[in-house]
Design a protein around this ligand. Structure first.
Ligand code: HEC
Ligand code: HEC
Length: 350
């Protein structure tokens, strides 16, 4: 192994070499001036004459390599951006699983209840007129659009097939990949329930409010279109498996799991229910895996109906209990049955 050279003699060698190569191409006067003002330092006796040239080419190689790496990095980032942009603008081709949509008043009423339980009215607001959902760097602008048939709303142009595709598959009518909306959970919607929900959506009173199109920034495009892409329903849902009948409305673990899916509890309490410690970009829902040891069903049901906890506090509306208050006792107890099946886990940490 060669000993590592001290940097000082190396610098001297370069200036000596520059002086040597400068002199022959200059005219006599300049050469004399240079010689007078900067007498070339003598070549260090130990340096063989070929070393400076080698050093220079090594420097050049390092410089070019760095430039190359920076270029490759820039091209790579731009390629990620382009990939992200394409994937977000054009979701994978998905064949929907259309449902029959009833028109009777009872169906519409059931649909209204489902719009609450699924928090459609949380993110798209109570009258479904929409609002700004995200508007911050480095993500960009994402409205939760106006779902009604009013000005700026999507409702007038949405067919029953379009609704199904957006809700259960995460693909908007214009073909873009829907981000942040929990369609990966809504993918579990039973056909009858979804028919009721669409029946409600199709006749909801028109609201005029235009929030404009989604406008993701450079960073947001890479984050949503590449890094988090696999979490959006359009890419993560097994589209062919979507559809069918919901588990019967009884106090069973299956019905509980279904209710948990269509109300998207895990969006804030984490997929393993052990609490969101900040991994999900949503409110910090606490660990629910131990709650069945600490609470009774009556206490749990009271929390969903009124926000009241056994310790006497009222849950913040970040926990959408005002929307869950429209759950029936059977639905709440089915969820309770499901929570019993969870292994007690320590709180998730970041
Ligand atoms: C967590 C918030 C959230 C919830 C809950 C939610 N949405 Fe959305 N929804 C959004 C956002 C944000 C967008 C726009 C996403 C985008 O542009 O990528 C969206 C987009 C949509 C679209 C596509 C509209 C278009 O531009 O073509 C439809 C349809 C829709 N939502 C319906 C619903 C329905 C029905 C429900 C309830 C079952 C629901 N949403 C629940 C946030 C939500
Ligand atoms: C949009 C986010 C969000 C969703 C969806 C959500 N939660 Fe929560 N949940 C929270 C937050 C935040 C808290 C803590 C509120 C507080 O302490 O004031 C909470 C608290 C709770 C609590 C009280 C826990 C305790 O130890 O005090 C229960 C029970 C609960 N959620 C059950 C559920 C169930 C069941 C669902 C689905 C039907 C659900 N949550 C869906 C955000 C959410």
């Amino acid at each position: 192994m060669e000993p590592i050279e001290d940097p000082t003699p190396a610098a001297e060698e370069i200036s000596a070499e520059q002086a040597v190569t400068d002199v022959p191409i200059s005219n006599e006067t300049n050469a004399a001036t240079v010689a007078a003002s900067q007498p070339p330092p003598p070549l260090p006796p130990t340096s063989p004459p070929t070393t400076p040239a080698k050093k220079r080419s090594l420097g050049k190689i390092i410089g070019l390599t760095l430039l190359g790496l920076i270029t490759i990095f820039a091209i790579g980032i731009f390629a990620l951006y382009s990939t992200g942009k394409r994937r977000l603008q054009t979701a994978p081709a998905v064949t929907g699983n259309p449902v029959a949509v009833p028109t009777d008043a009872e169906a519409i009423e059931r649909g209204q209840r489902l719009a609450q339980i699924s928090s459609c009215t949380g993110c798209h607001t109570g009258n479904l007129g929409g609002e700004i959902f995200v508007n911050e760097a480095p993500i960009g602008y994402i409205p939760a659009p106006n779902l009604t048939s009013g000005t700026g709303g999507i409702g007038a142009d949405y067919s029953a097939e379009d609704w199904e595709l957006a809700i259960r598959h995460g693909v908007a009518q214009d073909g873009r990949t829907i981000v942040t909306m929990p369609s990966d959970h809504y993918a579990h919607y039973g056909d009858d329930d979804l028919g009721d929900l669409i029946a409600y959506l199709q006749q909801v009173p028109a609201v005029d409010s235009d929030w404009g199109p989604r406008d993701l920034q450079f960073g947001g495009t890479i984050i949503f279109g590449v890094l988090a892409y696999d979490s959006w329903a359009a890419s993560s849902v097994d589209h062919a498996a979507v559809g069918g009948a919901a588990p019967a409305a009884e106090i069973t673990v299956e019905r509980g799991e279904y209710m948990i899916n269509i109300s998207s509890c895990t969006s804030c309490h984490a997929e393993n229910f052990a609490g969101n410690a900040g991994q999900l970009d949503s409110p910090l829902g606490p660990n629910l895996t131990t709650i069945t040891n600490d609470w009774t069903f009556a206490e749990f049901n009271a929390a969903l109906q009124t926000g009241q906890t056994p310790s006497g506090t009222v849950l913040s509306p970040e926990m959408p209990w005002p929307l869950y208050s429209s759950m029936t006792d059977v639905e709440a107890e089915a969820i309770w049955e499901y929570l019993q099946t969870l292994e007690a886990l320590p709180d998730n940490t970041n």
